[in-house]
Design a protein around this ligand. Sequence first.
Ligand code: NAP
Length: 313
Amino acid sequence: MSDPVILFAAKPERWVTYEAPLRKALINAGISDTGLTLTDEPKDVDYIVYAPNSEIQDFTPYTRLKAVLNLWAGVEAVVGNQTLTVPLARMVDSGLTDGMVEWCVGHVLRHHLGMDAHIRNQDGVWRNDVIPPLARDRSVVVFGLGVLGAAVAQALVGLGFDVHGWARSPKVLDGVICHAGSEGFQEVLGRADISILLLPDTPATTNLFDAVRLAQMPKGAVLINPGRGPLIDDDALLDALDGGHIGHATLDVFRVEPLPVDHPYWAHPNVTVTPHIASETRPDTATQVVAENIRRGEAGLPFLHLVDRSLGY
Ligand code: NAP
């Protein structure tokens, strides 16, 4: 059997960081790296290691393609591509997960401990009237209990928070009170002192957090969104922030990225904007997942982390 041709299709600067670890991971997985390439005859390509912002948007010429291996966890920019008819795997990477856990825990603790009161007020006034509550007295809801949401929820359990989670299908997770479906959604909204949104961007999740749902959260609730921008109705969130019902929003992802400079989120005193940096695929660990999937493809085994096209994630 000839060596598989593996096309790396992402922004050129990614090749600089990915080439060495990808070659190493392929060799460690028992796959020759001689077929790893930046350009090839489309008809000869077996696998595409893919970032949805690459130049390849038409997969039709890739007639012998066996799989597209996404470098991103989010697949909304590729899942609807009608020219893609082979299996699509999304990125599940322990480094990406660890980064997301750390980012979410950091932002939860900021709001839980009320750190801003002291970081922003170094003015010589000794304000010792508010002592932070304990984690066990604070409810945190994680919306989305997939790879990332489950890891974040369990880290928060480890810190003692009262953690609830919500997903499409029922889940069992140590220490996490799990809810599912639309009934479960109503139930968790009322408990969401601090919410973390780790849902994918699909037709079913667009504007899930609209004016009605935001109003069902406790007064002063904090929203942390490292999921995707369209999960939130932006106008409704701005109204809820202005009216004081939502206390703060820490937002990492937006409908338009980079967030336009004149967007009201930038100037809002109760919004923290971070530039889609919550976590990123880490080449060392991500390439092991890609190589394992190629190994499986070559061995005729089922691919890992396949996207369900009908659900959009
Ligand atoms: P995942 O493993 O596919 O998990 C998605 C979770 O969302 C699952 O628990 C799923 O429920 C739930 N879900 C999907 N549609 C739903 C619906 N309509 N109602 C209720 N629950 C629903 O995804 P992941 O790897 O955890 O990643 C989650 C998202 O994080 C990605 O899609 C991406 O948008 C985002 N992300 C952001 C960054 C960043 O730096 N900001 C980095 C990586 C990823 P089931 O378990 O029942 O299927």
